[in-house]
Write a protein that binds this ligand. Structure first.
Ligand SMILES: [Zn+2]
Length: 675
């Protein structure tokens, strides 16, 4: 277990949170995730149609599959494949009186898992209540339902699933009961909230709460124009607008909801850990880097990840390349996750365990991406239901993948030290919490600059900037990049100015800092005025721009930046950034990750080829003179391999590789001696 202690800052999140929270995040290198029966029989039958796992809910063999799943044969198969974590069906939102009928089977499954070293996490649905069953137990269930601005009940994807109001205290109480049963009676290793987000609710309870909140705003005339908000209601949009959010009531509504959501999950976290201190509290919160999470989901991604030990991002970005130049990956989310204690696990699908979203030919690519960029390696469909005995899995798929999975696991185990080493991310992209909340322009610009950095093999991570902690990595970053983060508070600006005046390298683009934390335009730009002329600062007025190919709450993909990657690379060079190790030439479809040793020296560079089956030739890297790269392409087979060739002092051309390659470094004399 990785255990981190966050003191002080956590207390600011409110909601009865302890001053210190001991995270019990598991180590992703020890985990292999899989999916199977995390939805109940009742859900499948009620839907009838194809759903989770890719099966028809009305299929004849559904009970047989469940019977096999709950036998010891199922976790025995997982163990033989090296798969050791999964979600287990437990609570789908149908009411415990209904769902407890299946509980004896569920408990047996958990026991069987434990016999075979598999951790089982209890699935708890957060954003659905099923009135057809739950109303038998809670006759006034309508009172729990979330409402649209016009007063009607929200459906969650289907008419027989209502969305609950997360501000209903009885709903919270009910879920706490469910958490207690999971951990005390179910003997689960943890709990997992699915769909841990909610649309804005306009019910009478929320109206009253928000109205009361508005009355606590000091000096409302400043932002709202009026000195009293006593007759104010809610911003009655059918769908909350994105773009430049400047309407004060809308801003306040967004901020208020996210704070309540974070506080609620802090309470769940504390409650679960009060029952079982070593349990894992997990949730599906979709991609960290999704657009407008505040408006769509009531989630502030700068704070919300602090509520969990393990986060699943349901990210429909199974890695691949489209149209030769659109690179689909989960790397942004994997890197962003490194800023939080919670272990991150990115699925690559829209319906867990449905192979319709997979690309079998590049089966190893998502596994390698997870290993290299710090996520939990997952096989999503090897255990998926299939009408084939004796195991209810697709045996052709199983036998095709089994040797690949075994090779992957053996490689990861033998080279654990490579991946356990700290990421080397000297370039830090500032993510302003205020800008992400109020400015689509800031969001889009950051996405575009990240795209340039990924394609340009820049060793980057994030500096997630909030008022409590305005400039993380001020001391260890080689460069901070502020990519058109238009909304910055005085505190954020002060931290950046202090950093730059002390000599910190700073790259700014666009109108970073021109607007304050409420997206209000300032007289002039205090950040630019203070730092633009410093020699360690560069300011490019034209921010990076990249067109979206897709941009939804669970997937995103961008075309290359309109002006390419060079403006970003030039900016880094202008401020004097000269990395110890650098990928000098490689296709943009190869992404790089770098690892460092305890002394801060880069000890390995990893290259993942997103055009997975097309060999890459002529990649050149620059490393310190006097060292030599030791090259390995572990999954490419015997036709690949060889020794890097030094083409100029410190510059090495690597042998061709196809899927993935990495280099470690040794003193040149020693490397020569090995030949
Ligand atoms: Zn409500």
């Amino acid at each position: 277990m990785r255990t981190c202690l966050f003191v002080g800052a956590m207390a600011l999140l409110g909601g009865g949170v302890r001053a210190d929270v001991a995270y019990t995040a598991p180590d992703p290198l020890d985990m292999r995730w899989t999916f199977g029966a995390h939805e109940p029989y009742t859900m499948y039958r009620r839907m009838g149609v194809r759903s989770t796992g890719g099966i028809h809910g009305n299929c004849y063999w559904l009970p047989d599959w469940f019977k096999w799943w709950d036998s010891e044969d199922c976790p025995r198969l997982m163990e033989s494949l090296g798969l050791n974590w999964l979600l287990c069906r437990f609570y789908k939102g149908m009411g415990w009186e209904e769902e407890k009928k299946d509980f004896p089977n569920v408990k047996r499954f958990v026991e069987n898992c434990h016999k075979h070293g598999v951790k089982a996490v209890a699935y708890i649905q957060f954003s659905t209540i099923y009135p057809e069953t739950m109303k038998r137990e809670i006759p006034n269930l309508e009172d729990w339902a979330a409402r649209r601005a016009n007063g009607t009940i929200y459906y969650y994807s289907r008419y027989f699933r209502w969305e609950p109001c997360f501000n209903e205290p009885k709903f919270e109480e009910y879920l706490k009961k469910i958490i207690r049963i999971a951990l005390e009676e179910g003997k689960f290793d943890g709990i997992f909230f699915d769909n841990a987000y909610m649309k804005p609710c306009f019910c009478n309870r929320c109206k009253a709460l928000f109205h009361a909140h508005l009355q606590t705003i000091p000096n409302p005339a400043d932002r709202f124009g009026f000195d009293s908000l006593s007759a104010f209601g809610m911003p009655e949009y059918e769908k909350l607008p994105w773009g430049e959010v400047r309407e004060p009531l809308l801003q306040e509504f967004n901020l208020w909801r996210t704070k309540r959501m974070t506080a609620l999950y802090k309470r769940f976290y504390s409650y679960a850990h009060s029952i079982r201190p070593d349990c894992v509290v997990a949730a599906n919160i979709c991609p960290y880097r999704a657009p407008n999470t505040v408006g769509n989901k009531s989630v502030d991604m700068t704070e919300f990840p602090k509520c969990f030990d393990l986060v699943m991002g349901q990210v429909n970005n199974c890695p691949h390349v489209e149209e030769d130049n659109v690179i689909v990956s989960r790397v942004r989310d994997l890197k962003y996750a490194r800023e939080y204690a919670a272990t991150y696990f990115a699925s690559c699908d829209g319906a867990a365990g449905d192979n319709a979203n997979e690309i079998e030919d590049s089966y190893l690519l998502p596994l390698i991406e997870d290993l290299v960029f710090g996520g939990v390696p997952a096989d999503r469909t090897i255990m998926a239901p299939y009408p084939e005995k004796p195991e209810y899995v697709n045996h052709t798929r199983l036998e095709r993948r089994r040797p690949m999975l075994a090779a992957f696991n053996a490689f990861a185990k033998a080279n654990r030290h490579l991946f356990a080493a700290k990421d080397w991310m000297p370039v830090r992209f500032l993510v302003s919490g205020h800008a992400m909340m109020h400015s689509q322009l800031s969001f889009d610009s950051l996405m575009a600059s990240e795209e340039a950095a990924l394609r340009g093999h820049v060793p980057f991570g994030y500096s997630v900037s909030t008022d409590e902690n305005p400039l993380p990595h001020a001391n260890d970053a080689a460069v901070i990049v502020v990519a058109n983060q238009t909304c910055l508070s005085d505190g954020q600006i002060a931290a950046l100015v202090e950093y730059a005046k002390k000599g910190g390298r700073l790259v700014c683009t666009g109108e970073s800092g021109r607007y304050d934390e409420w997206n209000r335009q300032r007289f002039s730009n205090p950040l630019k005025d203070a730092v633009a002329e410093l020699s360690n600062v560069t300011w490019r007025d034209e921010p990076d721009v990249a067109k979206d190919k897709r941009m939804t709450h669970i997937q995103y993909a961008l075309y290359p930046p309109e002006k390419g990657v060079q403006p970003m690379l030039d900016d880094l060079a202008k401020v004097g950034f000269k990395p110890q190790v650098e990928v000098l030439s490689a296709p943009e479809t190869v992404f790089a990750q770098y690892k460092q040793d305890a002394a801060g020296n880069v000890c390995s560079v990893h290259l993942v080829n997103y055009v997975f089956r097309k060999p890459v030739k002529g990649v050149r890297i620059r490393i310190p003179v006097g060292e030599a790269p030791v090259f390995t392409a572990p999954f490419d087979g015997a036709q690949f391999g060889g020794t890097p060739r030094e083409v100029a002092p410190g510059i090495w051309e690597l042998p061709a590789f196809s899927k993935y390659a990495y280099c470690t470094f040794r003193p040149k004399v020693e490397a020569d001696g090995l030949k």
